[in-house]
Design a protein around this ligand. Sequence first.
Ligand code: TXA
Ligand code: MG
Length: 336
Amino acid sequence: METLLAKPSKEMVDKACELISSRQVVALPTETVYGLFADATDSVACENIFKAKERPMDNPLIVHICDYKMLERVAAEIPEDAMKLAEAFWPGPLTIILRKTALIPDEVSAGLDTVGIRMPQNPVILEIISRTGLPLAGPSANRSGRPSPTNAKYVYEDLKGRIPMIVDGGSCGVGVESTVVSLATETPVIFRPGFVTQSQISEVLGKEVQLSKGITEELMKDEKVLSPGLKHKHYAPKCEVTIINASFEKYKEKVEADGAVALCFEEYIPKLNCQAVAYGRENDSASQAVGIFTALRRLDEIGAQKAYAIMPSMDGVGLAVYNRLLRSAEFRVVNL
Ligand code: TXA
Ligand code: MG
């Protein structure tokens, strides 16, 4: 199949609407990462997403909506807390898990009775949802297991020949996928950290919000998980990544002695005598979020075999950065 790659235009939007209405998948930018979208109400369309990405069928998809009317079509119950979060953070990088309606097929929810719902911020995708009148299922537009794509070039690299079209909307402003919070649990639980933080959610709800264990720790093979994404291999470059929790001096000594590539903050680069890839600025978690997935892909582009990543701060958005890095490192952390 030929993959059309072009900037947003009236023709591209028309074509995207046509493709989606005929059960095909299209890659579109969002404020977080690029997604691979199809009609969330149609099993065949959703199966096409899993096929294109080679995604395991037991990992549910997020449903993207453009307004509150559409929320009522996909969520069976809309608790007050959901409205509070939606009003505070939508359109934006927050996915809320609620009980689903019968409109959402099992392929989307992976057999669960819940669905993750998000109103994204990008005007192109909002227009496409609104014009087709269809909620769109959309995982990140990478091959399963690879780092999420934050620009159209990486979508093309992973999915060329497997999908009919990619809308090139430039680089994504957030850089990590949405925060996933469940309101289908007894107390709210964050399944995946993102740009919207635990304390922001807790403040809006006026109550405690838990963090799922799999965010900072490796789950046991047979451990029961409420969010299947927590147990899948993720974000892995071909290069072997290890996180180093150390001062700059100790980190420098270690990375130079072992002949590894440094995956570090921009400020470190002029001070290191080794190959290095930056993933953001030192005291700026938001810049690290923007840079992390591109940096992981850079490692493969330069043919790195082994990389040592400097440990990021885990505060605020930093937790999302740490979580993605930890998973790309397959949970290897060395404390020096
Ligand atoms: O920012 C984002 O969320 C991007 C853009 C494209 O919107 N999408 C994205 O989708 O990252 P994906 O499929 O790569 O990640 C969805 C995550 C997975 O970890 C999945 O397990 C979890 O959300 N998830 C989805 N529905 C769920 C549900 N009903 N219950 C528990 N976890 C769910
Ligand atoms: Mg993904």
